[in-house]
Design a protein around this ligand. Structure first.
Ligand code: PLP
Length: 606
């Protein structure tokens, strides 16, 4: 049995139950979580190699639709079980907030896999509403289509059209003024809306992602405003349209106690609305179901949450039941808008390390430490004299003796600390740090690392039965300071990596749990193009799978157009210049043309 070095990256912590290291040292994807049979596991390296055989280049995003389905099934099962064991008398019916991953295949997959659960979508803008309508054509007719976000006349009108063509559309009011817009649009179109209200809770989410929660948060209505809106609807004869209460206190909620208090608070408002005569029926608890990025289950930073799907569901169901029972109100349908928790696991960003450049190690500090140590110890005679005087005064002046002893003690402690630091530094001085240059763009592929210092688990996807002896940082090909990854889960500034067997590629590194938020933020932000998107679909046979390309990266021409360059004009201008220089042979033309138009725009060599 060879050693498995996956523990260096805590893969058992954050990867469970989807990622493990197999006996050959490769990362293995358990596509059905704990229910995965050995023959269903997919060797990640094999999938990457199959993608490269299709002439796809790095960076690659590998998507595992089976994992996506497993996340959705697990979420629904967690709520179904919590409901059963708590004696809750209604059901769970969730929606996916499309802003978290707007990719067509991801949204369509979730709608398709979710049809049995009447799983729906949440939109936060007009384009998202269009996208959601289109996708839900193939979903369950009962699936919710929750419309959040700032609403103008066009947004509300589109949402009403969606309702009149039998999408189960709910317009969530976030501002008091939106009532007037809804009333106007509803009258003009002759369509009665189904409405929700977004509550601004006093319960706050203390993490980075909760900065908009609480009394001073940006979104939603405070308790008194909620009832004022309900009163206004009553006067308009529209209180019967009010069927949902929504809140969202931010993403990555660290503990279940915060979730419980948020649900208790919101359920209180819900019950009050029922007592005011609104039909209600659904409590929408928003997003916030977190991901344990560092695998510590500590909930002590934005990188970790102290609970899993089961504990989350159980906290929600119990809190809602408690407050409803206290108020004698029927249990509402529970809806969550879980985004991060559904899509993070199913997609992995893979890149290729091209060269590892040794960086000079920092020896100045060691010298400084040694001279400080010399100073403290002083010359041996002084030290000896000090000890002697301390011992001698033992039976003499007691106070002086104590002071001496105390001083010696302090010295001793400091000497001890310094020599430990020195030993550590000397130990570390042997291993330099290596900068691994890789085929990726940190800014466009994991913008949250760049923007909000979000850390993702990163590790080589093979050779994990071989000790990774080098300490590495990752450098992308943008060659700017944003393109460096030198902070990793667990707090280290380097990652254990293997010496490259060859320069120019062949050492594959993966960023895991990156399926949420990164793509929408990152795409089109700069001229570095997008990654190639690949679906790894399970197929029959032992470890069988097929690799389906679902999106080749954009060409250079595509990328240039985003920044309002005209590739055709550019091509003509270059041709003119080339002809004038007498250099426009078919070969030269082919080179320039293919960089513009035919190759996917990628990093590194073709
Ligand atoms: C972003 C957002 C979500 C998704 O939150 P997650 O923490 O990713 O589950 C849900 N609802 C609303 C209103 C949001 O803005």
């Amino acid at each position: 049995m060879s050693t498995n070095y996956g523990y260096l990256y805590n893969i058992a912590g954050w990867g469970d139950p989807y990622f493990t290291v197999d006996s050959s040292g490769n990362v293995s994807v358990k596509i059905h979580g704990v229910e995965t049979k050995p023959e269903q596991e997919i060797d990640l390296l094999a999938a990457v190699k199959k993608a490269t055989e299709k002439n796809l280049q790095f960076p690659l995003i590998l998507r595992f639709p089976d994992v996506l389905k497993h996340r959705l099934d697990s979420l629904n099962t967690a709520f179904a079980n919590a409901i059963k064991y708590t004696g809750y008398t209604s059901h769970y019916q969730g929606v996916f907030p499309v802003k978290v991953n707007q990719n067509k295949h991801v949204v369509d997959d979730l709608v398709g896999f979710g049809k049995v659960y009447n799983f729906g979508l949440e939109a936060g803008s007009k384009p998202e509403l269009l996208l959601a309508m289109n996708s839900l054509i193939n979903g369950s007719p009962k699936a919710y289509l929750v419309c959040n976000g700032y609403k103008d006349m066009d947004y509300v009108s589109l949402a009403l059209v969606a309702r009149s063509i039998n999408f189960n559309t709910i317009i969530v009011l976030e501002l008091e003024e939106e009532v007037d817009t809804v009333v106007r649009a509803s009258r003009e179109l002759g369509v009665r809306p189904i409405l929700g209200i977004r509550a601004r809770l006093l319960t706050t989410n203390p993490g980075h992602f909760g900065s908009t929660s609480g009394k001073h948060g940006k979104f939603g209505l405070l308790e008194a405003q909620i009832y004022a809106v309900a009163e206004k609807l009553k006067q308009l004869g529209m209180l019967d349209c009010l069927k949902l209460l929504h809140f969202h206190i931010g993403s990555q909620i660290p503990t279940t106690s915060i979730i419980s208090s948020a649900v208790r608070e919101a359920t209180g408002y819900y019950c009050h609305l029922v007592k005011m005569g609104a039909p209600m029926g659904t409590l929408d608890i928003g997003g916030g179901l977190g991901i344990d990025y560092d695998g510590t289950r500590s909930g002590s930073s934005d990188m970790s949450v102290a609970y899993g799907l089961e504990e989350y569901a159980s906290a929600v169901v119990q809190a809602a039941k408690l407050v409803c029972n206290q108020n004698g109100v029927a249990h509402p349908v529970l809806c969550s808008e879980s985004g991060r928790a559904l899509v993070s696991h199913h997609s992995i960003l893979i890149y290729d390390a091209l060269v590892a450049v040794e960086e000079p190690s920092d020896s100045v500090t060691s010298d400084e430490l040694i001279s400080r140590l010399d100073e403290l110890v002083g010359n041996p005679t002084t030290l000896h004299a000090n000890i002697k005087s301390a011992v001698q005064s033992e039976d003499g002046n007691n106070n002086a003796s104590l002071a001496h002893a105390d001083q010696l003690n302090k010295h001793g402690i400091e000497i001890f600390k310094l020599s430990r630091r020195l030993a550590k530094q000397l130990e570390a001085a042997g291993d330099s740090t290596y900068a691994y240059h890789a085929n990726l763009s940190v800014f466009s592929l994991t913008p949250d690392f760049w923007g909000i210092k979000q850390l993702f688990p990163i590790l080589p996807i093979h050779r994990l039965n071989e000790e990774p002896k080098q300490k590495g940082t990752l450098i992308d090909l943008t060659c700017d300071s944003d393109g460096k990854i030198d902070k990793f889960i667990g707090g280290a500034q380097t990652l254990p990596l293997h010496a490259l067997e060859q320069n120019g590629g062949g050492y594959y590194i993966g960023t895991f749990l990156a399926g949420a938020y990164q793509e929408a933020l990152g795409s089109k932000h700069n001229l570095f193009g997008g990654p190639n998107l690949v679906r790894v679909e399970s197929a029959g046979g032992f470890g069988g799978f097929r690799v389906v390309v679902v999106g080749a990266g954009p060409t250079a021409a595509d990328q240039l157009k985003v920044m309002h360059h005209d590739p055709d004009e550019m091509m003509q201008a270059i041709a003119k210049r080339a002809e004038a220089a007498g250099h426009w042979t078919p070969t030269e033309q082919k080179i320039v043309k293919s960089v513009f138009y035919t190759m996917p725009y990628l990093f590194g060599e073709a």
